[in-house]
Design a protein around this ligand. Structure first.
Ligand code: G3H
Ligand code: 13P
Ligand code: NA
Ligand code: ZN
Length: 328
């Protein structure tokens, strides 16, 4: 059944687990994620970006997620708008059956220009008031996602800031976080701690200099009852880089967020963990493997079945390690 983000994260906080939020664009991703959730008896957050909504279409997405909920009746499902850029995006998502929205006011509408605190509070408060009036949840974001190594936002996917960012922007200020949550009434807070979107997060295995778990600890100390959200939380596993590169791919060596750091984060109040890149790599790695090993193959299902299995395996691992398993 569809539930709200608030319902799920309140339960997660009560029981001390985290929930992966997997991005979804198509049926195969949906089936793989729900099969994993069923195997682990885990609740699940499916999130669609603006790009996903235009790729699949709102009507397709709504019916697809309703179909998944019907096929897997024992699994609680949240349908969440990832990185809403304005009121209209968030409210149209809710009209199309989303039970939760992220109003990302850390950036202006263009999703590139870092926004002022006042702009962020104003738009997040407005969206929260409207969403709560119809029973939907809201995730806000304070701080700008980007690399503490380079000051850059990460991949140019429409969700990254332009220009060099300062450490002040890249690490959420705990006192400001208190003011933000008080002023907006949002249900969950995405914070910045040195992660960025996409595969190229860190040039080495991250330590406290470039991945600031201490920031999360300080925020949790001041806001013990607020559900924290970690974006850019793909681990970019070496095995998936190797799978892609050994089957004709050409990805440069890179490092993501180690799963053990996320496990530490969950102990410090992180409840929602956003993962897209790892899912993309799992599927694409298997497409490539089949294409390389069976060059005569042209039935898409022969590519998609192993791709779904690889994605399901990844999702099962995260449900187990985040403690989501057993909580459906
Ligand atoms: O925040 C970025 C997510 O990975 C979604 O990416 O906008 O390409 O769908 P997308
Ligand atoms: P990754 O690129 O690390 O998977 O992050 C996804 C994300 O934060 C979506 O909002
Ligand atoms: Na989100
Ligand atoms: Zn994100």
């Amino acid at each position: 059944a569809l539930i709200t983000l608030r319902q799920l994260l309140d339960h997660a906080a009560e029981c001390g687990y985290g929930v992966p939020a997997f991005n979804i664009n198509n049926m195969e991703q949906g089936l793989a994620i729900l099969r994993a959730a069923k195997a682990c008896d885990a609740p699940v957050i499916l999130q669609a970006s603006r790009g996903a909504r235009s790729y699949a279409g709102d009507i397709m997405l709504r019916h697809m997620v309703e179909a998944l909920a019907e096929m897997f009746p024992d699994i609680p499902v949240v349908l969440h708008q990832d990185h809403g850029n304005n009121d209209a995006t968030c409210l149209s998502a809710i009209r199309h059956g989303f039970t939760s929205v992220m109003m990302d006011g850390s950036l202006e509408e263009d999703m590139k220009t870092p926004a002022s605190f006042e702009y962020n509070v104003d738009i997040t408060r407005r969206v929260t008031r409207a969403a709560h009036a119809v029973g939907a949840s809201v995730e806000g974001e304070l701080g700008v996602l980007g690399s503490l190594e380079t000051g850059e936002a990460g991949e140019e996917d429409g969700s990254g800031a332009a220009g060099k960012l300062s450490h002040d922007q890249l690490l959420t200020d705990p006192d400001q976080a208190v003011d933000f949550v008080m002023a907006t009434g949002c249900d969950a807070l995405a914070i910045a701690c040195g992660t960025s979107h996409g595969a190229y997060k860190f040039s080495r295995k991250p330590d406290g200099e470039i991945l600031s778990m201490a920031t999360i600890a300080s925020i949790h100390e001041k806001l013990p009852d607020t559900h924290l959200v970690m974006h850019g939380s793909s681990s970019v596993p070496q095995e998936l880089q190797d799978l892609i590169n050994s089957s004709g791919g050409d990805m440069a060596q890179t490092y993501g967020v180690p799963v053990e750091e996320i496990e530490r984060g969950i102990k410090m109040g992180v409840r929602k963990v956003n993962i897209d890149t790892d899912c993309r790599m799992a599927m694409t790695g298997m497409f490539r493997k089949v294409a390389k090993e069976k060059p005569a193959e042209f039935d898409p299902r022969k590519f998609l079945i192993p791709a779904m299995e690889e994605l399901e395996k990844l999702c099962r691992d995260r449900f187990e390690r985040f403690g989501t398993a057993g909580h459906a």
